[in-house]
Design a protein around this ligand. Structure first.
Ligand SMILES: Cc1cc2nc3c(=O)[nH]c(=O)nc-3n(C[C@H](O)[C@H](O)[C@H](O)COP(=O)(O)OP(=O)(O)OC[C@H]3O[C@@H](n4cnc5c(N)ncnc54)[C@H](O)[C@@H]3O)c2cc1C
Length: 418
């Protein structure tokens, strides 16, 4: 009898799991249940759609016939509200139940709604789903000014898209630097200057406490008491694993769904992968969630293989980001903030106007992280450092002291299926 695989989610992790399953099981029935409508799209590319650089069709990473070709039934527009692990059933909001032999939870992240007074009474935009991006693009067509609440990764991607549409921006970030999760102080200050040099108003160390409608405009009030008005508001104050619907399922949750090195949860035949899964960390004994596309792909593929009964161990997640924002290339790898016992190698002089290149080495001399801000060439180094961290190499500097000959494109192409 063929195995019935059910995957919740239709994005990076779930699609990679399909690849993993089909590698070893060509016959099993695969059903994908997704609360969104339509074939899978690239979440990573949503900002390019908002900026008018990509069409809706360009965003698609699968077409409808692709699912049929590999024997996958796509159940669209159905939200999974609970899992009954003892009955081996998934319960949908519509009341339907779907039985499984093997189940994958690949429900990704959900956006956090911040406690800002008046937020629900004004039109505002998130940037996580295709629907969000369509709404943001429409609002941007009518806006001349915008506030972006949150200067983290998604906030900065949204800001970059709006800037390309010539919208005058104010970014409000509670940390002292932009991208506080990706950059240390030195890198952050260099990037902050670059963003301000582009004519963007950036308020760091600041909190939005209230928003209110003022005719067609939105009045923004900061905790400091300062107020200003804008035409549109974007909220990007973080995401969390989308796991709340599993509260009563008996599946062990921490920040996300806890899984072992085979991506298995504590419930028999239930696996989790991607942004929702809390897995082992590549560099430490801790559990980690790095909500990034390549991690979702690696975990999804390994989970799919394991769901067929084969054994593929997941080596652990390594944080990594390579992005171009406001004409600056940024890269962050692994543990880029030094801890006790670590040492730091500055590859460019501290406070340099052009670039910031830092490598972190642990007490054994092993490379554990790096951060880079500058032009495209430096990202080449990050490609080399990334491979070295993965191979747990000792830091020896670059061969002959020369910079490796990679390009931004080459580094990005090493990242599977954007
Ligand atoms: C604007 C933007 C830009 C990004 N840029 C980058 C980048 O440059 N580099 C990078 O590495 N990462 C980037 N990311 C992050 C990356 O997109 C995520 O890490 C990745 O999409 C995670 O994949 P996933 O499959 O785990 O989850 P998701 O892509 O979040 O997919 C989750 C799926 O589950 C479905 N779902 C959720 N709950 C339910 C439910 N209860 N019932 C049914 N279906 C459900 C959703 O509809 C969706 O299909 C970006 C994200 C965004 C939003």
């Amino acid at each position: 009898m063929s195995t019935k695989y059910v995957l919740i989610g239709n994005s990076a992790a779930a699609l990679a799991a399909v690849d993993g399953i089909r590698k070893f099981d060509k016959q099993g029935e695969i059903t994908i249940v997704n609360r969104e409508t339509g074939p899978a799209y690239s979440r990573v590319a949503l900002p390019y759609y908002v900026a008018g650089e990509m069409t809706l069709d360009d965003l698609l990473i699968r077409q409808k016939p692709d699912y049929q070709k590999i024997g996958v039934s796509l159940v669209e527009n159905e939200n999974v509200k609970a899992i009954n692990a003892s009955a081996k059933q998934v319960e949908l909001e519509s009341g339907k139940k779907v039985s499984y032999d093997k189940l994958l939870i690949a429900t990704g992240s959900e956006t956090i709604v911040p406690p800002i007074q008046g937020l629900s009474s004004i039109p505002h935009h998130y940037l996580w789903t295709l629907e969000d991006a369509i709404g943001m693009k429409k609002a941007a067509e009518r806006a001349k000014t915008a506030v972006v609440i949150g200067g983290g990764f998604i906030g900065m991607l949204a800001a970059e898209a709006l800037r390309k549409l010539k919208i005058k921006l104010t970014i409000v970030e509670m940390a002292p630097i932009l991208l506080p999760q990706l950059l240390d102080e030195g890198a952050g200050n260099l990037f902050l200057k670059a963003v301000r040099d582009e004519g963007v108003t950036v308020k760091t160390g600041a909190l939005v406490s209230a928003v209110a409608k003022k005719g067609d405009a939105i009045e923004v009030t900061l905790k400091s008491g300062e107020t200003f008005t804008v035409d549109m508001a974007v909220v990007a104050t973080g995401v969390r694993p989308h796991a709340a619907f599993l509260q009563s399922s008996g599946i062990t949750l921490n920040k996300g769904v806890l899984v072992n090195e085979y991506l298995q949860t504590n419930q028999a035949d239930v696996y989790a992968a991607g942004d929702v899964a809390e897995t082992k960390d590549f560099l430490s004994a801790d559990r980690s969630i790095y909500a990034i596309w390549p991690t979702a792909i690696d975990q999804g593929r390994a989970a799919g293989v394991n769901m067929t009964g084969k054994r593929q161990e997941y080596p652990g997640s390594l944080g990594m980001n390579v992005v171009e924002l406001f004409n600056v290339t940024l890269a962050q790898l692994g543990r880029f903030r030094e801890g006790p016992g670590d040492s730091v190698k500055m590859l460019s002089s501290k406070g340099s106007e052009e670039s910031y290149r830092k490598v972190v080495v642990d007490k054994n001399g092993t490379l554990v992280g790096a951060v880079y801000v500058g032009d495209e060439n430096g990202v080449a180094e990050m490609g080399v450092i990334h491979s070295a961290i993965k191979r747990r190499e000792k830091w020896q500097g670059f061969k002959d002291g020369r910079q490796p000959q990679f390009t931004y494109g080459a580094v990005m192409h090493n990242v599977p299926r954007y």
